[in-house]
Ligand binder design. Structure first.
Ligand SMILES: [Zn+2]
Length: 331
């Protein structure tokens, strides 16, 4: 499941290729992907003619700020930027059958587009692909948005939990994408301070559950919760109220570091990062504990273990992350 670093990687990739480009049409292959407006036709009508100003990220939500074309009604007047390939997006052989665009038969009643937004949540398996419109559709293609120069933004989602929203100009994104209202601070924000985290961790619940709670901090999922807990020497089941100030300080710092390192590694590839304690230095190729059950800990060679916790897999090193103390041995 994409977490903050993966979503951030997608955001950066989208900003590389879609900025100032005009949405000329679209096609919704699975209606329930569209969370707002209720009508799929209204969703597509709202987007038609809008230019991508900037892609933003909030937690695991992607938010495209939309603007008007430079010359209203003359979409071709907006210059198209050169189209660079995104290396992380798979390239496929080109097919000969371009699909029809929705908008040719449904002109938009909704203009202008100032300050409207396109929201996307990838959920479990969603992918945004920037491809030629002539490329064969992936089996799980749900939504297609057509741009100039024969390009399209294609939303592919096997599990179908992914969602898209069009936020009309009269609304703020939070009013329409209500999940945004529940989000805690961004891990990289000043708001995500030791004082804030300490105040949030006054409950008798396992620390891992707290880290997965998007109302406490936005964007962390199973991978980076496990990684940050390992780097902090904290067992996933440690109760929040048992954490000392020094643990919370270390945890906050490691959350930021592991997310940042993963973003630099472009998300799931997870190539490089450095322990804040400087114990391990750089390691290539993989995570510390996530997905490594049965392998040896990179710090102490103990076998990494995995267990079920709140319906998710938790990975940890029984030596580096002792439950008794909740304190690791990084000092
Ligand atoms: Zn260990």
């Amino acid at each position: 499941m994409p977490e903050l670093p993966e979503v951030e990687t997608v955001r950066r990739g989208l900003n590389d290729v879609t900025l100032h480009q005009i949405i000329e049409g679209g096609d919704v292959l699975l209606d329930r992907t569209i969370a707002h407006p209720f009508s799929v036709a209204d969703f597509l009508a709202g987007l038609q003619g809008a230019a991508i100003v900037q892609w933003h990220r909030r937690g695991k939500y992607l938010l495209a700020e939309l603007g008007e074309s430079a010359v209203s009604g003359q979409r071709s007047a907006v210059s198209h930027q050169p189209l660079a390939a995104i290396s992380s997006f798979p390239s496929r052989p080109i097919a000969a059958s371009p699909s029809a665009t929705y908008f040719t038969s449904h002109p938009s009643p909704l203009t202008p587009h100032s300050h409207s937004w396109l929201g996307v949540h990838l959920r479990m398996t969603g992918q945004l692909l920037w491809v030629d419109q002539t490329e064969p559709l992936e089996k799980h293609t749900r939504v297609r948005l057509f741009f100039g120069n024969g390009k399209e933004l294609r939303f592919v989602d096997q599990r179908t939990f992914g969602q898209m929203w069009w936020v009309p100009p009269e609304n703020e994104p939070e009013q329409v994408i209500t999940g945004l209202q529940q989000l805690g601070p961004e891990p990289f924000s000043e708001e995500f301070s030791v004082a804030y985290l300490t105040q949030q961790l006054q409950r008798r619940r396992p620390i891992k559950n707290a880290l997965l709670d998007q109302t406490i901090v936005a964007g962390i999922g199973n991978i980076y919760a496990d990684e940050a807990l390992f780097l902090s020497g904290i067992h996933p089941q440690t109760l929040c109220i048992h954490l000392k100030q020094s643990h919370i300080e270390r945890l906050r710092s490691n959350i930021v570091q592991v997310l940042q390192a993963s973003i630099e590694a472009k998300g799931t590839t997870f190539r490089t990062f450095r322990s804040v304690a400087g114990v391990n230095g750089n390691y290539g190729g993989s995570a510390w504990v996530y997905g490594r059950d049965g392998d040896r800990c990179r710090n102490c060679e103990t076998m990494i273990e995995r267990f079920k916790m709140a319906g998710r897999s938790a990975h940890f090193c029984p030596t580096c992350q002792k439950l008794e103390s909740g304190i690791g041995n990084w000092e």
